[in-house]
Design a protein around this ligand. Structure first.
Ligand code: HT7
Ligand code: ZN
Length: 891
């Protein structure tokens, strides 16, 4: 398949003013009549109309009233070209599609008997022939016709302007969207749905209608999504002065969906996972995710819809910015400084766990990629999460007010347009009167920069020199990197752990702020602080001010000190993670050495002999006992870096050694902290009425992490606690935590607990997903467990949520079992990728990514992974999506 390059961008030859569409909806054959009013684009290079269409039956094509014959146009490879077209054109197209056979879930498809669409990025071309590219923006009027009994609800973008009955039990609804939009924001929904609705008054006094549509029987699970929507509307008005521009805003939940949700203008379509919640079926994390995703899609209404992307290489223009906005929204919803820090830590954990590995692998790409084969493969953590970090750096450099001015200017300049990342950067630079030329490298260079720090304190002159040196590893197609513009937030702690005043050389006096943002723009720079009364402990990269790896040789004592004292909560947590990682790496090496020596009786003995150090336990005990700290923060500190995170720190990944080391450390900590963990469990454990607020969910998180450590001890008393929690929990968070604890223990009742859970929640698809995940990631699971579960009547590979719950969870969330030495995990992976490739290439390509870092593993594993990759490569009918991932992985 061909590669598409950013440098080849060309303006569209024709622009579209308005589009009129008529749908006769039938699951097995839907007729679509499209009328496109277009005119030649003065910036275009010729008079050829270019339309895209895939998997369509073309019934008729008329240009300015005249039927076109086959000789009048060219149709090949999904592109329809009409050469020599006049300046003004009315193009009428009749097509048919087969929604009930559409398993890719792109374009128009059927889920549980209802119609849905997914058009981003290039799904509209599966509905009709169209200049399906984001820089062609038009106004749409849509007529929907369908059987009234089977499809009583007919929805599309914008406002409902007419509805009524038709002969033969059919009915119609006509929708008009008053705003110009690109085709990827088109949506329709038709089916048997019910809604919760509320009227909401905007700050301006205008009243809007808000609706959350779900299948019958789910109305008891929509309140949280509705509340989240209202909070999002209010927040965007207050923080960014952005008002909802429509009179009606709808959210619709669908059980078959490739991603999280979609921001179609006025008609957001959501994966049920990010809508449906009540305490019985949803965990605290689900509640938080729903708030974030509802916010995210709503915020797209301005950052994405009103101002959209010129081309798909600019995807991060809307996604990075909107992720940043949803992160800020969630943080503001918690409201406290410590809550904000917890949110920041969560976000950075995602970045490090998923994006850093991507940036270091064969699929590494810049935030604004230069090329792609299949755009669906570029909805990545780099474009989203690293993109959000890039936006956050503007705010760090310009300040909150400066950033807001930049946003205001961006909308003033570009409302109603399709623009580029450079346009956004220009708005920030111009509003802030800053030179942000070098900042462009965050968009064009891939890879995670390293910042090595060194300090030199001179007691005599009371100066501290902080030297920062940056580098960036080579990535595919980019051997050499130029220096980035990196904001590095720094503080200095005195021997009592207090922040010291900060005065840089040349400044008259110390600034009031005890955190200073240093701007690292060269390969190496030294910053000199004066009036430094004593040798400080530096706190560097506070708040994770840039998406980089900070290299600084802290001693264990310094890390424990920062854990106890740093006023920057992020770095306080970070110090604990560094301390834990250091020990975990040592333990991992010890496992490898013991294994190599050949006579390991028990790793427990070997590791027990080598790990006598209590620095981590002591530091964690202090944190655990410190009730001035939020429970949510204490939970984060107690959570060890994941096996994936540890793997990232190793030259050669050895998943089994990592697993043994981490498990050993968990048992050691459980033993060392037993009484404190039990005390925390009891202190946080009073189940009152459920609320998903930050305080209550933080307490549950601390309680449940304590339980998960305690069950490592396999004591009767603790297992009884877990069983009791499983039996009595009044919410899914506690229930699932208890079930997980039991499953990973030797408790006699664990099989019964799993069965009981299934029968209690059999009708709740989202809960059954959790049931599959829990077993796929259980400590004693292996590929055979997963193979058996895949034959369960409730399992289906066709439903993306279900496939993710079992297959993806095993391949990505159970590293030691997936990377079994016999290679059976990889053989299973290959089978599943090939099977999914046939039904849903987009989901298949996501799964294909599980092996993309195969070269990082031990030689024995590498060999088996390569074999599995080659097996997929050799299979027939490989989609563009999967082929791109496999080819790049093997190259
Ligand atoms: N903008 C949306 C992306 C999306 C998507 C992309 C490809 C295939 C299916 C999809 N569903 C949603 C989601 C978002 O970032 O808000
Ligand atoms: Zn988005």
């Amino acid at each position: 398949p061909p590669t598409i390059y950013r440098k080849d961008y060309a303006d569209p030859t024709y622009l579209v003013d308005t589009v009129e569409m008529g749908f006769d909806l039938e699951p097995s054959l839907t007729r679509v009549a499209t009328r496109i009013f277009m005119q030649r684009n003065p910036a275009g290079s010729n008079n050829e109309i270019v339309l895209f269409g895939e998997e369509l039956e073309l019934v008729q094509l008329r240009l300015n009233g005249k039927v076109l014959r086959a000789a009048d146009y060219k149709l090949a490879g999904g592109v329809l070209r009409i050469p020599g077209a006049p300046a003004k054109v009315v193009l009428e197209i009749e097509t048919t599609t087969r929604p009930d056979r559409n398993t890719s879930l792109m374009g128009l498809y059927v889920s549980n008997g209802n119609f849905f669409t997914q058009c981003e990025a290039e799904g509209f071309r599966k509905i009709t022939f169209f200049p399906d590219r984001p820089d062609v923006m038009a106004k749409y009027t849509v007529m929907l016709r369908a059987d009234k009994k089977a499809f009583p609800v007919l929805l599309s973008n914008g406002n409902l302007i007419e509805e009524g009955d038709l002969p033969d039990g059919r009915h119609y609804a006509k929708w008009e969207d008053p705003f110009k939009k690109p085709s990827y924001l088109f949506a329709l929904v038709a089916g048997n749905l019910v809604c919760q609705e509320e009227k909401y008054r905007l700050k301006s006094g205008r009243e809007v209608l808000l609706q959350v549509w779900v299948e019958d029987g789910n109305l008891d699970k929509t309140q949280h999504a509705m509340d989240s929507l209202i909070n999002s509307i209010r927040w965007d008005e207050e923080r960014f002065g952005l008002e909802l521009d429509l009179d009606r805003f709808m959210i619709v939940a669908v059980g078959d969906f490739n991603m999280g949700a979609m921001e179609n203008k006025g008609l957001n379509i959501f994966n049920t996972k990010f809508v449906l919640a009540n305490p019985r079926i949803a965990t605290d994390i689900d509640f938080a995710n729903i708030e974030a995703v509802v916010g995210h899609e709503y915020f797209h209404n301005w950052t994405g819809n009103r101002v959209t992307c010129r081309d798909w290489f600019q995807l991060s223009l809307k996604e990075g910015l909107t992720v940043f906005r949803d992160q800020e929204f969630s943080a503001d919803m918690i409201g406290t400084d410590s809550g904000r820090a917890v949110k920041r830590i969560d976000d950075v954990r995602v970045l490090r766990q998923a994006q850093f590995p991507e940036d270091a692998g064969p699929m590494a790409h810049p935030v604004r990629p230069d090329s792609f084969v299949e755009i669906n493969n570029f909805y990545t953590v780099t474009v989203y999460e690293k993109g959000a970090e890039v936006v956050r750096m503007y705010q760090t450099l310009l300040g909150r007010d400066g950033f807001r001015k930049g946003m205001d200017l961006y909308f003033e300049r570009h409302d109603g347009q399709a623009v580029t990342c450079d346009d956004f950067r220009a708005a920030m630079a111009d509003a802030g009167k800053r030179d942000l030329k070098q900042f462009e490298r965050w968009y064009s260079q891939s890879g995670t920069p390293r910042v090595a720090a060194g300090v030199h304190y001179d007691a005599k002159s009371r100066t501290l020199e902080l030297t920062l040196e940056q580098s960036c590893p080579a990535t595919p197609g980019q051997k050499k990197k130029q220096p980035f513009h990196i904001p590095v937030a720094v503080g200095l702690l005195d021997s009592k752990g207090r922040d010291m005043p900060l005065r840089l050389d040349g400044e008259k006096s110390a600034a009031g702020d005890t955190t200073r943002v240093l701007e690292l723009t060269k390969a190496r720079q030294t910053f000199r602080f004066t009036d430094v009364a004593e040798k400080p402990v530096p706190s560097i990269l506070r708040g994770f001010s840039a998406p980089v790896v900070l290299q600084y040789e802290y001693s264990d004592a310094e890390l424990a000190f920062l854990m106890a004292h740093d006023s920057d909560a992020f770095n306080r947590w970070e110090a604990g993670q560094r301390l834990a990682t250091r020990r975990l790496l040592k333990l991992t090496t010890a496992v490898q050495a013991a294994r190599q020596s050949g006579h390991v009786v028990s790793f427990e003995t070997v590791l027990g002999n080598q790990d006598q150090d209590s620095a981590l336990s002591d530091a964690l005990r202090i944190t655990l006992r410190d009730e001035t700290l939020d429970a949510a923060f204490r939970e984060l500190v107690l959570t060890l870096p994941s096996e994936t995170m540890i793997a990232e720190q190793m030259e050669v990944i050895d998943p089994h050694a990592i697993h043994i080391a981490r498990q050993f450390m968990r048992r050691t900590l459980a033993r060392d902290l037993r009484d404190d963990l039990l005390a925390a469990y009891k202190a946080c454990g009073t189940p009152g009425e459920y609320s998903p607020d930050a305080d209550a969910s933080g307490k549950r998180a601390l309680k449940n992490v304590a339980l998960s450590y305690l069950v490592e001890l396999d004591e009767e008393e603790v297992l009884t606690l877990a069983q009791k929690q499983n039996d009595e929990a009044n919410n899914m968070t506690d229930r699932l935590a208890a079930l997980g604890a039991l499953t990973n223990s030797s408790a006699a009742g664990k099989a019964a607990a799993l069965e009981g859970f299934y029968s209690e929640f059999e009708k709740e698809a989202l809960v059954i997903d959790k049931w599959f995940t829990l077993q796929a990631t259980a400590r004693n699971a292996d590929v055979n467990t997963v193979r058996t579960l895949a034959t369960h009547p409730a399992f289906s590979l066709k439903n993306p949520n279900r496939a993710r719950s079992l297959i993806f969870s095993f391949c990505n969330g159970n590293p030691s079992a997936f990377h079994a030495l016999d290679g059976n995990g990889y053989a299973f992976w290959a089978e599943q990728v090939i099977a999914l490739n046939g039904s849903n290439p987009q989901v298949a390509a996501r799964l294909a990514r599980s092996l993309d870092r195969w070269r990082k593993y031990t030689p024995a594993l590498q060999e088996k992974m390569r074999h599995a990759l080659q097996q997929v490569a050799a299979s027939s009918n490989l989609s563009r999506d999967v082929a791109e991932v496999i080819t790049k992985s093997l190259s």
